[in-house]
Design a protein around this ligand. Structure first.
Ligand code: C2O
Ligand code: CU
Ligand code: CU
Length: 543
């Protein structure tokens, strides 16, 4: 980051007059902002709403309220259930139907620039919340798009340049549901029997305020907090009846990866992934949920005793570089645990369900869910071509295709003709042997003990997210193979539509992705939000 940009960021963080920043010299892209201020008269919305990003004081822990940023909404037009406000700090759940035209007046009333992204939705560049469109305090951005995704669980969050991690951390996120006719026919549990579970980890000061991480080394791991929040609340207990439920889970954490399992060993029945329902339910002993990923679970409490409890927990797993040994100036000789009390890969409870009522009737799990067009190599527009997403390291940061993020920048390999279907290979450049760009940090800092900086960096997993249309996973190859990998390998649901895929150390993943309908710049990035803000993000130019 240039000095001017850095001081601009600082300036924006500490002043209430964000708009003044545009008068600072040498700001490059900010002068080129072409924000969508006004509605299009020819666009006839089925749903119209106002969404505000605003400061708020929310009770989360006992005692003092917590200062957060919060999305709040107001429905102007459309079905009454289009907006559902939740207790806690999360934004309202936005409930859409496939085919609906949606207009959102987005207002920024916080003292930092903000832009909002509709994660997982297939919308034009101008409606996608690219950071080039950030708006300042007092400004508004008008979003207009048609819901063109299948029924599923999506979400929205801030996507501000260099500030996505801190803004999402402070609360700027919310869930989106999409429904469609095909889903309706399945009669899945609905209303009281459909439960959203947004999982996030946070760290609080003694005064109940959100505490963010400090220091470069911790940013490289990403933020890991010791307090687990579900739907913005602590120690969440959900009363349920002895019947089946549909659970919509989102990992809304900055960096934490969950290995979800039920305390009594009940397997997880997965019915949906990031981009909609599966063809048929899949049963797993546990499911890995990386930042930004969603899964939908079918959970049947039939036959359980009144007052009995069942906890959804994160199970222990390995291979995610949370220990660093002998770091000059940091390590205290014996290797230091990153993530404070709750390192990545530790086990802890997430949310408790208590059986409060017996009922005699429950829907049963459909054996077939939806029709899904399976994409294969025969669908590729140019079968001989593979688009690379190479993960590498340089100095103290991660890169994609050898570069860090620049607002409008894209390489030749990042140019993609519109209305094509592409194969994309996501891999570690230089593998485990230390990347081409890898040198420089290891020796001086390693100090000979533990993993050292390079080893630690190489063992960090990356949840890679692509904007635009959902993709499918063609293959997953573990080049390293280890007992650590064995602790996570049965938890990946690779059969459904995805917009985020966790790339473990030593792993190479091929995906197939359509780039239909819209030209322009579409981001792809690591959804470890600290990595994203450090520049682990690039543009695809669809032309
Ligand atoms: Cu959920 Cu580009 O992000
Ligand atoms: Cu996204
Ligand atoms: Cu990453």
């Amino acid at each position: 980051m240039s000095h001017a940009e850095l001081s601009r960021r600082k300036f924006l963080q500490y002043t209430a007059f964000g708009a003044m920043a545009s008068t600072l010299p040498g700001l490059g892209w900010t002068e080129e902002r072409s924000i969508n201020k006004n509605p299009d008269k020819n666009f006839k919305p089925d749903v119209e709403l106002e969404l505000y990003a605003q400061p708020a004081e929310i009770p989360i822990l006992n005692g003092a309220k917590t200062h957060v940023f919060q999305y709040t909404g107001k429905l102007l037009k459309g079905p009454a259930d289009s907006i559902k406000t939740l207790p806690g700090y999360l934004g309202p759940i936005l409930n859409f139907q496939r085919g609906q035209k949606v207009r959102i007046f987005f207002y920024n009333t916080i003292s930092e620039p903000v832009i909002t992204h509709w994660h997982g939705l297939h919308v034009p560049q101008k409606m996608d919340g690219h950071p080039m469109y950030e708006i300042y305090n007092g400004e508004r951005y008008v979003y207009e798009f048609e819901i063109d995704n299948p029924a599923g669980t999506y979400w929205y969050h801030s996507h501000t340049h260099d500030m996505t991690a801190t803004q999402v951390y402070q609360g700027l996120a919310g869930l989106i549901t999409v429904r469609d006719h095909e889903e309706q026919k399945l009669n899945l549990p609905a209303d009281d029997y459909e439960i959203p579970l947004v999982i996030q980890d946070r760290q609080f000061t003694a005064g109940n305020q959100l505490q963010y991480l400090h220091g470069m080394h911790r940013r490289m791991i990403g933020f890991l907090g010791d307090t687990i929040l579900v739907n913005g609340q602590v120690n969440h207990m959900i009363p349920v009846k002895t019947r089946a439920y549909r659970l919509r889970l989102l990992n809304g954490s900055n960096s934490r990866i969950y290995k979800l399992g039920w305390t009594d060993g009940t397997p997880l029945t997965v019915i949906g992934t990031d981009g909609g329902l599966l063809e048929k339910p899949e049963t797993r002993p546990y499911v890995i949920l990386a930042p930004a990923e969603r899964i939908e679970l079918w959970m049947d409490f039939t036959g359980r005793e009144i007052d009995s409890e069942l906890t959804l927990q994160s199970l222990a797993y390995k291979g995610v570089g949370t220990h660093m040994g002998g770091m000059g100036g940091m390590g205290h000789g014996r290797g230091r645990m990153m993530g404070g009390a709750l390192a990545q890969g530790k086990s802890f409870p997430i949310v408790k369900f208590r059986i409060t009522e017996k009922v005699s009737d429950s829907p049963s799990l459909p054996s077939k869910l939806v029709n899904m067009k399976r994409l294969g190599t025969s669908d590729l527009t140019s079968p001989e071509k593979t688009v690379p997403i190479a993960i590498s390291m340089r100095h103290m940061s991660f890169q994609l295709n050898g570069r860090t993020f620049k607002m409008y920048d894209h390489l030749d390999v990042e140019r993609i003709p519109v209305n094509t279907i592409q194969k994309i290979r996501i891999f570690h450049d230089g593998g485990m042997g230390g990347g081409r760009h890898g040198g420089g940090m290891g020796g001086g800092m390693g100090g000979g003990r533990g993993m050292g900086m390079m080893g630690m960096m190489r063992s960090i997993p990356h949840p890679i997210h692509l904007h635009g249309q959902q993709f499918q996973i063609l293959s997953r190859k573990q080049t390293k193979g280890s007992s650590a990998y064995d602790t996570v390998k049965d938890g990946f649901i690779d059969s459904g539509w995805k917009d985020t895929v966790l790339v473990m150390p030593g792993e190479e993943i091929e995906i197939i992705k359509p780039f239909h309908d819209f030209t322009g710049l579409f981001l792809y990035h690591c959804h470890n939000l600290e990595h994203e803000d450090m520049g682990m993000m690039r543009n695809f130019e669809v032309y």
